[in-house]
Design a protein. Structure first.
Length: 304
């Protein structure tokens, strides 16, 4: 058995070949990490500053607004929360919260039910004009809401539904939210049709397939739609302003207007306090369901 002899001089050259210093690499990586951390911290601080300012301003008396633009109040007080909890115009604060919660929950239920059914029809049922109707539905996304305000108000006024919650809730049960219909359609199209065919062989119809197979599999899309519907409805100002006239039926966005009267002195402290309280349900709702929102976005690109 023969052996290969390596000249000693060549072996020493290979063995003594210089290597890049490891400490310099680690140091450069640490510096890059610190820079990214500082940049992300600065961006986070800029984004969260309005929220932090809102929290601290709830403890400012109304006299400090316009005189103390800083973050920390000079004379902190809790009188703003006391005024807010007492209500305004003879209506307690909890009534405004209950009105907003009722409208938002009914909007979520109506949007999920009607959008899911419409999406199933577009994604699974073949009928004449499906492509044209789907394109027309997508086209409504380009239609500003302000264009249909007047004809929609005339319709509800003739039906004597003004000063009720029906104009705010009824359209949600008629699949008028094209964005959510389109979102759910994409989820349903990613589900293999083999499941439908297997269920149809067992004698299942469209309703059975929808409720037993499709509906559980589009849970991420439904939760995503529920989050956005709740937030948009909770913050809606124009709709209740048009259709709700009785103060005891006002939701929170309209109730905020009562603390600022153009003809008299505005209570800025109470306005800021009730604005922060109105923001809490949205924050809680988003924190609870953010995991499902991330799952819905993450699974959007997956094929079955």
């Amino acid at each position: 058995m023969s052996t290969i002899e390596v000249p000693r001089a060549e072996f020493l050259e290979v063995a003594t070949e210089p290597r890049p210093p490891r400490r310099r690499r680690v140091k450069r990586k640490t510096v890059n990490t610190i820079i990214w951390f500082v940049v992300l911290f600065a961006i986070t601080a800029v984004i969260l500053y309005p929220l932090v300012w809102l929290v601290f301003s709830t403890f400012k008396p109304s006299s400090e607004f316009g005189q103390n633009p800083g973050l920390i109040p000079d004379n902190p007080t809790v009188d703003n929360y006391v005024k807010v909890l007492e209500g305004i115009g003879g209506t307690p604060l909890w009534r405004f919260f209950a009105n907003s919660l009722f409208i938002a929950l009914m909007a979520v239920i109506g949007t999920l039910f009607s959008s899911a059914l419409a999406a199933y029809a577009f994604a699974r049922i073949k009928f004449k004009g499906a492509g044209v109707l789907f394109a027309a539905m997508i086209g409504t996304l380009l239609l500003p809401f302000h264009v249909i305000i007047i004809p929609q108000y005339i319709i509800f006024n003739r039906l004597e539904l003004v000063d009720t919650y029906w104009p705010l809730i009824l359209p949600k049960f008629l699949a008028t939210e094209a964005f959510f219909v389109f979102l759910i359609v994409q989820f349903i199209r990613n589900i293999p049709r083999d499941m439908d065919e297997a269920a149809r062989i067992d004698g299942a119809g469209h309703l059975r397939i929808f409720f037993s197979i499709i509906l559980p599999l589009i849970k991420p899309a439904l939760i995503t739609s529920a989050i956005f519907t709740f937030i948009w409805t909770w913050n809606d100002f124009l709709g209740p302003l048009l259709y709700v006239n009785s103060p005891e039926q006002y939701p929170l966005p309209i109730a905020l207007r009562l603390y600022n009267d153009a003809t008299s002195t505005s209570d800025y402290g109470a306005t800021v306090a009730v604005s922060f309280l109105a923001l809490l349900p949205i924050l809680i709702f988003f924190i609870v369901f953010q995991r499902f929102l991330v799952d819905g976005v993450a699974t959007q690109g997956l094929k079955g």
